[in-house]
Design a protein around this ligand. Structure first.
Ligand code: URA
Length: 219
């Protein structure tokens, strides 16, 4: 896997990632094709996003012998926070690989005129005990203006969760979106598969994949 790392940004590339992006971006790919490619991609991105989760050593018994084995520390709380609706595409893969995770949905839509996020659902309750033991993965396939991600990050930072424990997992991003997030939250992590050229006048990523929610949910 080729990982380009710039401070807290990781850009993931390998043949499966590239093929998935190619399928998703193509306007001739139908919904089923977009979903399949997106799910493949989410799994790879999530593997990368979770690579520094704290681990511990436990003693287990295999059918053959006793041995010590590493596993994810069970005294941490793992939260997957999909930004509705397109961020939902990450959840099935996320709960498959992290069955202990809590899913906390965040509902925001983008005002077409202002491009600012408008809240309609927040499943992130107060308060949080031991916030330093929380690890949060905010998922949204498109990091465009960065406005929704910043709102989502703020929710968790306000509860005392360290920025370094918050990871934004996205597929396609824009340079301005990345810059916008890091200018307010320099210590969060951002994992993406692509950084595209720019945003158009309607706030869409160019070349991007169009409206990710519409492409994934066939609307
Ligand atoms: N949201 C999308 O679905 N697509 C974009 O290009 C930007 C934001």
């Amino acid at each position: 896997m080729n990982i380009q790392e710039k401070n807290n940004l990781s850009i993931i590339s390998n043949p499966i990632v590239n093929q998935s992006l190619c399928i998703m971006r193509n306007q001739n790919t139908d919904t089923q094709g977009v979903r399949l490619a997106a799910r493949k991609l989410t799994r790879i991105l999530l593997y990368e996003a979770t690579k520094n989760l704290p681990q511990k050593e436990v003693e287990i018994e295999t059918p053959i012998a006793r041995c010590n084995s590493m596993t994810i520390n069970d005294d941490i709380t793992i939260i997957i926070s999909p930004i509705l609706r397109a961020g939902l595409i990450f959840t099935d893969e996320a709960v498959d690989i992290l069955p202990q995770a809590t899913i906390r949905h965040i509902g925001m839509y983008r005002d077409e005129k202002t491009l600012k996020p408008v809240w309609y659902y927040n499943k992130v309750p107060m308060p949080v005990d031991n916030p330093e033991k929380y690890y949060v993965f905010i998922t949204d396939p498109m990091l465009a203006t960065g406005n929704s991600l910043k709102e989502a990050i703020k929710l968790y930072v306000e509860k005392g969760i360290p920025e370094k424990n918050i990871c934004c997992v996205c597929m396609i991003s824009s340079p301005v979106g990345i810059e916008a997030v890091f200018s307010e939250y320099p210590n969060v992590k951002i994992i993406v598969a692509a950084v595209d050229s720019h945003l158009n006048e309607r706030g869409y990523i160019v070349p991007g994949m169009g409206d990710a929610g519409d492409r994934i949910f066939n609307t």
